[in-house]
Design a protein. Structure first.
Length: 242
Protein backbone atom coordinates (compact mmCIF):
# COMPACT_ATOMS: atom_id res chain seq x y z
CA UNK A 1 0.00 0.00 0.00
CA UNK A 2 1.72 3.22 -1.09
CA UNK A 3 1.49 6.56 0.74
CA UNK A 4 0.41 7.12 4.33
CA UNK A 5 -1.03 3.62 4.72
CA UNK A 6 2.21 1.87 3.80
CA UNK A 7 2.84 -0.96 6.27
CA UNK A 8 -0.44 -0.32 8.09
CA UNK A 9 -3.02 -2.96 8.93
CA UNK A 10 -6.25 -2.24 7.09
CA UNK A 11 -9.26 -3.11 9.28
CA UNK A 12 -11.33 -5.86 7.67
CA UNK A 13 -14.57 -4.18 8.70
CA UNK A 14 -15.11 -0.44 9.05
CA UNK A 15 -18.47 0.85 10.30
CA UNK A 16 -19.36 4.53 9.99
CA UNK A 17 -21.95 6.71 11.72
CA UNK A 18 -22.05 9.39 9.05
CA UNK A 19 -23.22 12.42 10.95
CA UNK A 20 -23.25 16.17 10.42
CA UNK A 21 -24.99 16.63 7.05
CA UNK A 22 -27.48 19.08 8.56
CA UNK A 23 -24.80 21.21 10.27
CA UNK A 24 -22.74 21.21 7.08
CA UNK A 25 -25.70 22.68 5.19
CA UNK A 26 -26.58 25.14 7.97
CA UNK A 27 -23.06 26.57 7.98
CA UNK A 28 -23.47 27.34 4.30
CA UNK A 29 -26.97 28.77 4.66
CA UNK A 30 -28.35 25.83 2.65
CA UNK A 31 -31.39 23.63 3.30
CA UNK A 32 -30.65 20.38 5.19
CA UNK A 33 -31.58 18.34 2.11
CA UNK A 34 -28.54 19.75 0.30
CA UNK A 35 -26.39 18.60 3.21
CA UNK A 36 -27.74 15.08 2.71
CA UNK A 37 -27.03 15.31 -1.01
CA UNK A 38 -23.43 16.33 -0.28
CA UNK A 39 -23.35 13.42 2.19
CA UNK A 40 -24.29 11.00 -0.62
CA UNK A 41 -21.34 12.29 -2.68
CA UNK A 42 -18.98 11.78 0.27
CA UNK A 43 -20.39 8.27 0.70
CA UNK A 44 -19.82 7.40 -2.95
CA UNK A 45 -16.17 8.46 -2.62
CA UNK A 46 -15.76 6.56 0.66
CA UNK A 47 -17.12 3.34 -0.88
CA UNK A 48 -14.55 3.68 -3.68
CA UNK A 49 -11.72 4.56 -1.26
CA UNK A 50 -12.47 1.64 1.06
CA UNK A 51 -12.60 -0.81 -1.86
CA UNK A 52 -9.31 0.60 -3.16
CA UNK A 53 -7.38 0.16 0.08
CA UNK A 54 -8.67 -3.37 0.68
CA UNK A 55 -11.39 -2.98 3.31
CA UNK A 56 -13.47 -6.16 3.19
CA UNK A 57 -16.67 -4.87 4.82
CA UNK A 58 -17.96 -1.31 5.03
CA UNK A 59 -21.15 -0.69 7.02
CA UNK A 60 -22.74 2.76 7.06
CA UNK A 61 -25.59 4.16 9.12
CA UNK A 62 -27.83 5.95 6.64
CA UNK A 63 -31.15 6.29 8.49
CA UNK A 64 -32.09 5.24 12.00
CA UNK A 65 -35.40 3.96 13.37
CA UNK A 66 -35.48 7.27 15.29
CA UNK A 67 -34.91 9.47 12.23
CA UNK A 68 -38.64 9.23 11.34
CA UNK A 69 -39.09 11.83 14.10
CA UNK A 70 -37.62 14.50 11.82
CA UNK A 71 -39.84 16.88 9.85
CA UNK A 72 -41.95 15.41 7.08
CA UNK A 73 -40.03 17.59 4.64
CA UNK A 74 -36.65 16.19 5.69
CA UNK A 75 -37.84 12.57 5.78
CA UNK A 76 -39.30 12.87 2.31
CA UNK A 77 -36.12 14.52 0.99
CA UNK A 78 -34.12 11.62 2.46
CA UNK A 79 -36.43 9.02 0.90
CA UNK A 80 -36.07 10.69 -2.50
CA UNK A 81 -32.29 10.75 -2.11
CA UNK A 82 -32.32 7.02 -1.29
CA UNK A 83 -34.29 6.42 -4.48
CA UNK A 84 -31.70 8.26 -6.57
CA UNK A 85 -28.72 6.91 -4.68
CA UNK A 86 -29.84 3.25 -4.84
CA UNK A 87 -29.92 3.42 -8.63
CA UNK A 88 -26.54 5.14 -8.81
CA UNK A 89 -25.08 2.66 -6.35
CA UNK A 90 -25.78 -0.31 -8.63
CA UNK A 91 -23.29 1.14 -11.13
CA UNK A 92 -20.72 2.15 -8.51
CA UNK A 93 -20.91 -1.23 -6.74
CA UNK A 94 -20.43 -3.13 -9.99
CA UNK A 95 -17.47 -0.93 -10.97
CA UNK A 96 -15.86 -1.48 -7.58
CA UNK A 97 -16.84 -5.18 -7.37
CA UNK A 98 -18.85 -4.56 -4.17
CA UNK A 99 -21.64 -6.78 -2.96
CA UNK A 100 -24.37 -4.68 -1.33
CA UNK A 101 -26.48 -5.77 1.63
CA UNK A 102 -29.05 -3.98 3.74
CA UNK A 103 -29.66 -4.17 7.47
CA UNK A 104 -32.65 -2.65 9.23
CA UNK A 105 -36.38 -3.07 8.80
CA UNK A 106 -37.18 -2.27 5.21
CA UNK A 107 -40.89 -3.08 5.64
CA UNK A 108 -41.64 0.55 6.54
CA UNK A 109 -40.41 1.88 3.19
CA UNK A 110 -42.53 2.59 0.11
CA UNK A 111 -42.89 -0.43 -2.24
CA UNK A 112 -40.72 1.13 -4.99
CA UNK A 113 -37.92 1.75 -2.50
CA UNK A 114 -38.13 -1.87 -1.27
CA UNK A 115 -37.97 -3.02 -4.89
CA UNK A 116 -34.91 -0.77 -5.43
CA UNK A 117 -33.15 -2.26 -2.39
CA UNK A 118 -33.93 -5.81 -3.57
CA UNK A 119 -32.64 -5.00 -7.05
CA UNK A 120 -29.37 -3.57 -5.68
CA UNK A 121 -28.80 -6.68 -3.54
CA UNK A 122 -29.66 -9.03 -6.42
CA UNK A 123 -27.56 -7.29 -9.06
CA UNK A 124 -24.43 -7.10 -6.89
CA UNK A 125 -24.71 -10.55 -5.27
CA UNK A 126 -21.83 -11.88 -7.43
CA UNK A 127 -19.38 -9.08 -6.48
CA UNK A 128 -16.46 -10.16 -4.32
CA UNK A 129 -13.98 -7.39 -3.52
CA UNK A 130 -15.87 -5.68 -0.70
CA UNK A 131 -19.23 -6.03 1.03
CA UNK A 132 -21.05 -2.73 1.47
CA UNK A 133 -23.72 -2.92 4.17
CA UNK A 134 -26.27 -0.12 4.28
CA UNK A 135 -28.17 0.39 7.52
CA UNK A 136 -31.48 2.07 6.77
CA UNK A 137 -34.44 2.17 9.08
CA UNK A 138 -31.91 0.49 11.34
CA UNK A 139 -31.95 0.61 15.12
CA UNK A 140 -29.93 -1.74 17.29
CA UNK A 141 -32.75 -2.25 19.76
CA UNK A 142 -35.23 -2.87 16.96
CA UNK A 143 -32.81 -5.39 15.42
CA UNK A 144 -32.53 -7.25 18.73
CA UNK A 145 -36.32 -7.24 19.24
CA UNK A 146 -36.82 -8.62 15.71
CA UNK A 147 -34.14 -11.26 16.37
CA UNK A 148 -35.90 -12.34 19.59
CA UNK A 149 -39.16 -12.65 17.65
CA UNK A 150 -37.40 -14.83 15.04
CA UNK A 151 -35.86 -17.05 17.73
CA UNK A 152 -39.20 -17.47 19.47
CA UNK A 153 -40.98 -18.30 16.22
CA UNK A 154 -38.35 -20.89 15.41
CA UNK A 155 -38.81 -22.38 18.90
CA UNK A 156 -42.57 -22.57 18.38
CA UNK A 157 -42.11 -24.32 15.04
CA UNK A 158 -39.33 -26.71 16.17
CA UNK A 159 -38.86 -26.69 19.98
CA UNK A 160 -35.20 -26.98 20.99
CA UNK A 161 -33.16 -27.34 24.17
CA UNK A 162 -33.04 -23.69 25.26
CA UNK A 163 -29.96 -23.96 27.49
CA UNK A 164 -27.99 -25.87 24.86
CA UNK A 165 -29.08 -23.87 21.85
CA UNK A 166 -29.26 -20.22 22.87
CA UNK A 167 -25.57 -19.32 22.70
CA UNK A 168 -24.02 -15.98 21.68
CA UNK A 169 -23.55 -17.44 18.19
CA UNK A 170 -27.22 -18.44 18.04
CA UNK A 171 -28.25 -14.88 18.89
CA UNK A 172 -25.75 -13.39 16.41
CA UNK A 173 -27.10 -15.72 13.71
CA UNK A 174 -30.58 -14.22 14.18
CA UNK A 175 -29.46 -10.60 13.87
CA UNK A 176 -29.63 -8.73 10.55
CA UNK A 177 -25.83 -8.96 10.45
CA UNK A 178 -25.77 -12.80 10.50
CA UNK A 179 -22.67 -13.95 8.61
CA UNK A 180 -21.02 -10.51 8.70
CA UNK A 181 -17.97 -10.23 11.00
CA UNK A 182 -18.09 -7.60 13.77
CA UNK A 183 -16.68 -4.15 12.91
CA UNK A 184 -13.00 -3.66 13.77
CA UNK A 185 -13.17 0.12 13.57
CA UNK A 186 -16.18 2.36 14.22
CA UNK A 187 -15.89 5.90 12.89
CA UNK A 188 -18.27 8.71 13.85
CA UNK A 189 -18.10 12.10 12.21
CA UNK A 190 -19.28 15.47 13.57
CA UNK A 191 -17.68 15.03 16.98
CA UNK A 192 -20.65 13.46 18.77
CA UNK A 193 -19.56 10.99 21.45
CA UNK A 194 -22.43 8.54 21.25
CA UNK A 195 -23.54 5.39 19.48
CA UNK A 196 -27.11 6.50 18.60
CA UNK A 197 -28.46 2.91 18.54
CA UNK A 198 -25.95 1.68 15.92
CA UNK A 199 -24.89 -1.98 16.11
CA UNK A 200 -24.92 -2.22 19.95
CA UNK A 201 -24.32 -6.00 19.88
CA UNK A 202 -21.71 -5.99 17.11
CA UNK A 203 -19.44 -3.17 18.31
CA UNK A 204 -18.76 -4.73 21.71
CA UNK A 205 -15.02 -4.77 20.96
CA UNK A 206 -14.70 -2.35 18.04
CA UNK A 207 -12.14 0.43 18.24
CA UNK A 208 -13.90 3.80 18.22
CA UNK A 209 -12.61 6.83 16.32
CA UNK A 210 -14.42 10.16 16.39
CA UNK A 211 -13.56 13.05 14.09
CA UNK A 212 -14.91 16.60 14.26
CA UNK A 213 -15.25 16.67 10.48
CA UNK A 214 -18.83 16.89 9.25
CA UNK A 215 -19.73 13.92 7.06
CA UNK A 216 -19.79 15.79 3.68
CA UNK A 217 -16.18 16.86 4.37
CA UNK A 218 -15.00 13.29 4.97
CA UNK A 219 -12.27 12.25 2.54
CA UNK A 220 -9.51 9.75 1.85
CA UNK A 221 -7.25 11.78 4.15
CA UNK A 222 -9.79 11.45 6.98
CA UNK A 223 -10.09 7.72 6.29
CA UNK A 224 -6.30 7.40 6.43
CA UNK A 225 -6.23 9.34 9.73
CA UNK A 226 -8.75 6.90 11.21
CA UNK A 227 -6.80 3.85 10.02
CA UNK A 228 -3.51 5.28 11.33
CA UNK A 229 -5.17 5.86 14.73
CA UNK A 230 -6.53 2.29 14.61
CA UNK A 231 -3.00 1.00 14.05
CA UNK A 232 -1.95 2.67 17.30
CA UNK A 233 -4.53 0.75 19.33
CA UNK A 234 -3.87 -2.42 21.24
CA UNK A 235 -6.84 -4.74 20.92
CA UNK A 236 -7.05 -6.98 23.96
CA UNK A 237 -10.62 -8.30 23.87
CA UNK A 238 -10.54 -8.51 27.63
CA UNK A 239 -7.41 -10.67 27.67
CA UNK A 240 -4.26 -9.81 29.63
CA UNK A 241 -1.47 -7.76 28.11
CA UNK A 242 1.40 -10.09 27.09
C1 LIG B 1 -26.56 12.46 9.29
O1 LIG B 1 -26.63 13.85 9.30
C2 LIG B 1 -27.51 11.85 8.30
C3 LIG B 1 -28.73 11.29 8.91
C4 LIG B 1 -28.94 11.10 10.17
C5 LIG B 1 -29.81 10.90 8.00
P1 LIG B 1 -27.66 14.65 10.24
O2 LIG B 1 -28.88 14.94 9.44
O3 LIG B 1 -27.88 13.95 11.51
O4 LIG B 1 -26.85 16.00 10.46
P2 LIG B 1 -26.79 16.85 11.80
O5 LIG B 1 -26.36 15.92 12.89
O6 LIG B 1 -28.15 17.41 12.02
O7 LIG B 1 -25.77 17.90 11.51
C1 LIG C 1 -27.31 8.80 13.80
O1 LIG C 1 -27.27 10.15 13.67
C2 LIG C 1 -28.12 8.20 12.69
C3 LIG C 1 -27.46 8.19 11.39
C4 LIG C 1 -26.26 8.62 11.16
C5 LIG C 1 -28.25 7.65 10.31
P1 LIG C 1 -28.35 11.12 14.38
O2 LIG C 1 -27.99 12.49 13.98
O3 LIG C 1 -29.71 10.64 14.06
O4 LIG C 1 -28.05 10.82 15.91
P2 LIG C 1 -28.26 11.76 17.19
O5 LIG C 1 -29.67 12.26 17.14
O6 LIG C 1 -27.25 12.86 17.08
O7 LIG C 1 -27.96 10.85 18.33
MG1 LIG D 1 -27.02 14.04 13.34
Amino acid sequence: MPGRLEGKVIPDHIAIILDGNGRWAKRRGLPRALGHKAGCDALEQTVRDCAKIGVKYLTVYGFSTENWKRSEEEVSALMNLFRIYLKKLIGIAKEEDCRCLMIGDKSRFAPDLIAGIDQLIRETAHCRKMTFVIAINYGGRDEIARAVRRMMHSYTEHPFDIDETVTEKFVADHLDTAGIPDPDLLIRTSGELRISNFLPWQIAYSEIYVTDLLWPDFSMTALEDAIIAYNGRERRFGGRKA
